[in-house]
Design a binder for this molecule. Structure first.
Ligand SMILES: *Cc1c(COP(=O)(O)O)cnc(C)c1O
Length: 364
């Protein structure tokens, strides 16, 4: 193993495995050749295979862009021009979805909770009961702002009961947590290559319930992020515009690796094992858990309060010298917390070393 290997504990992009990195150097390929269509078709098949219950009723639509592109394409295309969205937010990513809809000129309502609190399901139910015009509920699965895994099962049950479709930002959970597509009434799920799937940044995708792509016109107000246009073109095996070909090679390899390692279930177990080390050992060193040991913690990310008298920047620099990259809090939580994600090609030995280095940084 490369002695200079950097260990990224930020929530994406992730530390690459050697085989995914090698895949980036695949052959030059024009995206109008049959070999490209074979690659795209194979990646789509493998994406559905991550959650095999999607194979019958969902279509993956690939986009060249970061995770935000997939979320923006999903909410822009699937909420129709005369539709109305109810956004349920308890963090920066949920609030960003509301900002996207506003920028798109879409009608929306927002149920907002404090970032350290769960989604407000009682209020969501009330709004759905009182406003029959809501066509879509939109939420974030793993709210990366804090590390909370939102109770989408409960939210999905409310949506099903009201006959309203649910759109989910699963950017930081797809491939590492359970997703129950039918029970949660999911019409669209946005995800990316470079978080739990361990690929390279540059491609993202939306799994869309195929019937929705035939039932109504697109809600998109532009071209590049119109899922309906991409769908029509990608059905033939080819992309609408120039894709990040090398990133797709890497994603294909990452999906092979995930399947060989035992799929999302094995990956979730691996993440929980790594996160457990951090959750058990950092609080006694003076870095308590932001969400305590809430059963709603996502498997792959934990937020910790910064130790007293320790500035984020200092801690970051000390750890960076030892080839570990940590991540700050956002907005109100900036300068108060730090976040540790265990996605990517990381081992228990990496985390043991991290804990030692972290203790050194505090006490030397
Ligand atoms: C990372 C993340 C995004 C944004 O992804 P980018 O690749 O940075 O555009 C959106 N939602 C959630 C929940 C995320 O964790």
């Amino acid at each position: 193993m490369n002695a200079e290997r950097m260990r990224l504990l930020n929530p994406g992009p992730v530390t690459l495995s050697p085989r995914v990195r090698r895949a980036l150097a695949g052959p030059d390929l024009c995206h109008r050749e049959p070999d490209y269509a074979a690659l795209q078709t194979d990646v789509c098949r493998r994406l559905l295979g991550v959650y095999p219950e999607t194979e019958e009723q969902y279509t993956p639509i690939l986009l060249t862009g970061s995770g935000t592109a997939a979320v923006e394409a999903m909410v822009g295309s699937l909420v129709p021009p005369n539709g109305k969205a109810l956004v349920v937010a308890n963090g920066t990513y949920g609030e960003r979805i509301a900002a996207m809809l506003r920028a798109q000129g879409k009608s929306l309502d927002l149920v907002r909770s404090e970032w350290t609190e769960p989604m407000n399901l009682a209020e969501t139910r009330r709004r759905l009961q009182s406003d029959g015009g809501i066509t879509h509920v939109i939420a974030v699965h793993h709210e990366t702002t804090t590390g909370r895994l939102n109770d989408v099962a409960a939210l999905g049950a409310i949506c099903r009961e009201r006959g309203v479709a649910l759109l989910l930002d699963a950017i930081s959970s797809f491939g590492g947590e359970r997703l129950d597509f039918a029970a949660w009434n999911l019409e669209g799920v946005a995800a990316t290559a470079n978080k739990c799937l361990h690929g390279v940044p540059g491609m993202a995708f939306v799994l869309v319930r195929t019937d929705a792509l035939h039932a109504r016109p697109s809600g998109a107000c532009g071209l590049y992020l119109d899922l309906f246009r991409h769908y029509q073109e990608q059905r033939g095996g080819f992309p609408l515009f120039t894709p990040a070909v090398q990133v797709l090679y890497a994603l294909q390899e990452a999906l092979k690796e995930l399947a060989e390692q035992g799929g999302w279930q094995a990956r979730q177990k691996h993440y929980l094992h790594l996160s457990r080390l951090l959750r058990d050992r950092l609080p006694p060193l003076g870095a308590p858990l932001l969400l305590r040991d809430d059963p709603a913690l996502a498997s792959m990310l934990t937020s910790f309060w910064l130790p007293q008298n320790m500035e984020f920047k200092n801690l970051f620099n000390r750890l960076k010298e030892r080839r570990f990259v940590i991540y700050p809090g956002q907005q109100a939580l900036q300068e108060k917390i730090f976040r540790l994600a265990v996605m990517g090609d990381l081992t228990p030995a990496d985390l043991e070393e991290f804990i030692t280095v972290f203790a050194d940084a505090l006490f030397s």
